[in-house]
Design a protein around this ligand. Structure first.
Ligand SMILES: CC(C)(COP(=O)(O)OP(=O)(O)OC[C@H]1O[C@@H](n2cnc3c(N)ncnc32)[C@H](O)[C@@H]1OP(=O)(O)O)[C@@H](O)C(=O)NCCC(=O)NCCS
Length: 167
């Protein structure tokens, strides 16, 4: 039985472990800590199974053309290796997108694997006139509308928090 819920301070160490184990390095765990320290977290959810944290997802605010905007970045998302491919990542992504929409955000952007995210509605962002400050182009740069019809009026450069520069 999996429960998805917002992170609590006593989850921080377990979240670090999930991020580190999923990615096989500590960069993403460090990124999560830096975003928290910078108060640059829109939403941070954990997946809990039998009182253990087995998954984590974080959303952070983005700017659009240098200004605050109803745009969020998805990532990192991580599931403990032994529990991968059992639907936990998908559950975290769906719950996170729904909550970000409730919070008033209009689009969500990510840099990720183009084989995984289209199932959640993500499409190539460049095709919608978007660029990003990390200069990632092509298929990994993806976007999804949280509110239907908003992408047609959102164009230009979306910027990830500076903490992403160090990953
Ligand atoms: C990517 C990740 C979060 C997905 O979570 P999950 O719980 O394993 O995934 P789900 O069970 O919801 O979905 C399984 C699907 O994801 C695919 N998948 C898993 N990891 C993937 C990856 N790194 N790239 C592309 N696809 C991946 C599987 O092939 C499977 O596809 P299928 O349904 O077509 O067979 C998880 O595998 C993970 O932590 N991976 C390591 C860290 C990472 O790469 N994070 C994403 C980058 S920010």
């Amino acid at each position: 039985m999996i429960a998805i819920r917002p992170e609590r301070p006593d989850d921080y160490a377990a979240i670090r472990a999930v991020e580190r184990d999923a990615f096989g390095r500590k960069d993403e765990a460090d990124l999560v800590d830096k975003l928290r320290a910078a108060a640059a977290v829109t939403l941070s959810l954990v997946a809990e199974m039998d009182d253990h944290i087995v998954g984590h997802i974080l959303f952070s605010p983005m700017t659009l053309n240098g200004k605050p905007a109803p745009v969020v970045a998805l990532g990192p998302v991580a599931v403990t290796p032994v529990h991968q491919n059992t639907g936990i990542g998908g559950a975290l992504i769906r719950a996170g997108l729904a909550r970000c929409r409730e919070m008033g955000n209009e689009i969500c952007v990510l840099l990720g694997h183009p084989g995984y995210y289209p199932r959640f509605g993500f499409v190539a962002a460049a095709a919608h006139g978007l660029t990003n400050n990390l200069h990632v182009s092509g298929d990994p740069f993806m976007v999804v509308e949280l509110v239907a019809g908003t992408l047609v009026r959102i164009h230009g450069e979306v910027a990830f928090h500076p903490a992403f520069d160090e990953v």
